[in-house]
Design a protein around this ligand. Structure first.
Ligand SMILES: Cc1cc2nc3c(=O)[nH]c(=O)nc-3n(C[C@H](O)[C@H](O)[C@H](O)COP(=O)(O)OP(=O)(O)OC[C@H]3O[C@@H](n4cnc5c(N)ncnc54)[C@H](O)[C@@H]3O)c2cc1C
Length: 316
C-alpha cells in the first residue's frame, strides 16, 4: 500500500475526521490549524446514524455514546399554536433500523474526542497557529505555503485537503472558486441549564418549532444538564460572527407559543451566527487538492445532510 503524505488545512470537525480516516487508510497526515487553540464555539450538534457509523469505524463510537444524549423522538411543533404536527421516532427505533444511534452532543465534546484521537495517532501531527496561505499543484503533488508567527514555510505533500471552513482560503484564494454567500439568515444559539427548563419533553426529545419565516430547534446535551437552543431568523443586517444580542430576539418571537417563549425569559447569553451557503460545485477534487466540509458545501442547518443533487456531486 502506498503511504502518502497528506496535508490538511483546518482542524475543525471535517479536518480532524478526515485526518483520522486518512491515517486509518495508511497515510501520514499533517493538519495545519490557523487558531492557536481550538475554541469550543457553538453549542450542540446532532449526529445522525450515517455520521455515527463513520465515527464508530474510527473507534470513537463508545466514547460518543458515553458523552452524547440519545433523544426519544423529533417532535415537530406548530410554533404559534404550540400543537404537535408530527413525531419522528429516534432512540431504539433508529438504533434498530440503522444499526447506529441518532445522538446529540455538545460541539466542544465532539471536537475534544476527535482532537484527542488525532493527538494519540502517531501518523497524525497537528500544528496550531499555522495558516495555509497559498499552495501550488505540481507533478510531485502539492506545495503549501504555511504561515506561522509571521514566518512562511514551504511544506510538500502529495495531497492538500481544504477543510478550512466557510471562508476557506483553499476554496476562495487558491482554487479561486465562488465564495460562500450570506443567506440573509442568522442562527441564534444558547445553552439553558436544565433546572430552568419547564417543558419536560424538551429534555428528552429534539423539538422543532416551525413558525412563519423562522424556526427553532432544541435538544438536550451533556446528560440533559443543558438544553441546546437554535433559533433561525431572517436578518437583513449581517451580524458579526458570534455577536451577542437578545433584545431583537424577544421581539421576533413575541407571538410564538409560551412553551417556546418561556425559554427566552431565562437569563442566558444568546449569540448570533450569520448563516452562509455555497452553490454546489461539479467536483470537490482538483488534481492534488480537494475540498471537504463547509469549504466544499456549506449549507443552511435545516438542509441537514443536503439536497440529493449535492449528494450526487461527482467526486473524482
Ligand atoms: C446553527 C448551526 C447548526 C448546525 N447543526 C449541525 C448538526 O446538528 N449536525 C451537523 O452535522 N452539522 C451541523 N451544522 C453544520 C456543521 O456545524 C458544519 O458543517 C461543520 O462544523 C463544518 O466543519 P468544518 O470542519 O468544515 O469547518 P469549521 O468548523 O469552520 O473548521 C474550519 C477550521 O479551519 C481553520 N482555518 C480556516 N482557515 C484556515 C487556513 N487558511 N489555514 C489553516 N486553518 C484554517 C479554522 O480556524 C477552523 O478551525 C450546523 C451549523 C450551524 C451554523
Amino acid at each position: 500500500m502506498t503511504r502518502r503524505k497528506i496535508l490538511i488545512s483546518g482542524g475543525g470537525i471535517a479536518g480532524l475526521t478526515a485526518a483520522l480516516c486518512l491515517a486509518k487508510a495508511g497515510n501520514r497526515v499533517k493538519v495545519f490549524e490557523r487558531a492557536e487553540v481550538l475554541e469550543p464555539l457553538g453549542a450542540g450538534i446532532q449526529i445522525s446514524p450515517n455520521a455515527f457509523h463513520v465515527l464508530n469505524s474510527l473507534g470513537l463510537g463508545r466514547e460518543l455514546l458515553s458523552i452524547g444524549d440519545v433523544p426519544d423522538a423529533i417532535l415537530m411543533m406548530n410554533a404559534l399554536k404550540g400543537s404537535e404536527l408530527a413525531t419522528i421516532p429516534l432512540g431504539l427505533y433508529i438504533q434498530n433500523k440503522y444499526d447506529a444511534p441518532y445522538i446529540v452532543i455538545h460541539r466542544a465534546d465532539l471536537q475534544n474526542i476527535l482532537l484527542k484521537a488525532c493527538q494519540d495517532n502517531p501518523d497524525i501531527t497537528i500544528t496550531f497557529g499555522a495558516e495555509i496561505a497559498d499552495a501550488a499543484i505540481h507533478q510531485n503533488g502539492v506545495t503549501a505555503l504555511v504561515k506561522t508567527d509571521e514566518r512562511m514555510k514551504e511544506i510538500v505533500g502529495e495531497l492538500l485537503v481544504g477543510a478550512d471552513g466557510i471562508h476557506s482560503s483553499v476554496r476562495n484564494n487558491i482554487l479561486k472558486l465562488e465564495p460562500a454567500i450570506y443567506s440573509g439568515k442568522t442562527a441564534w444559539r444558547t445553552l439553558i441549564p436544565s433546572q430552568q427548563v419547564k417543558n419536560d419533553k424538551a429534555l428528552s426529545n429534539t423539538v422543532v418549532w416551525l413558525g412563519p419565516k423562522a424556526h427553532a430547534v432544541t435538544y438536550p446535551v451533556r446528560g440533559a444538564s443543558y438544553l441546546n437552543v437554535i433559533a433561525v431568523t431572517q436578518e437583513a443586517r449581517k451580524l458579526k460572527f458570534n455577536e451577542k444580542s437578545k433584545a431583537d430576539l424577544v421581539k421576533k418571537f413575541a407571538h410564538w407559543n409560551s412553551d417556546f417563549t418561556d425559554l427566552l425569559k431565562n437569563n442566558v447569553e444568546w449569540s448570533g451566527w450569520p448563516l452562509y451557503e455555497t452553490r454546489s460545485i461539479k467536483t470537490m477534487a482538483f488534481k492534488t487538492m480537494a475540498l471537504i466540509g463547509d469549504a466544499a458545501h456549506a449549507m443552511l442547518p435545516f438542509a441537514a445532510q443536503g439536497p440529493l443533487k449535492l449528494l450526487k456531486t461527482r467526486m473524482c
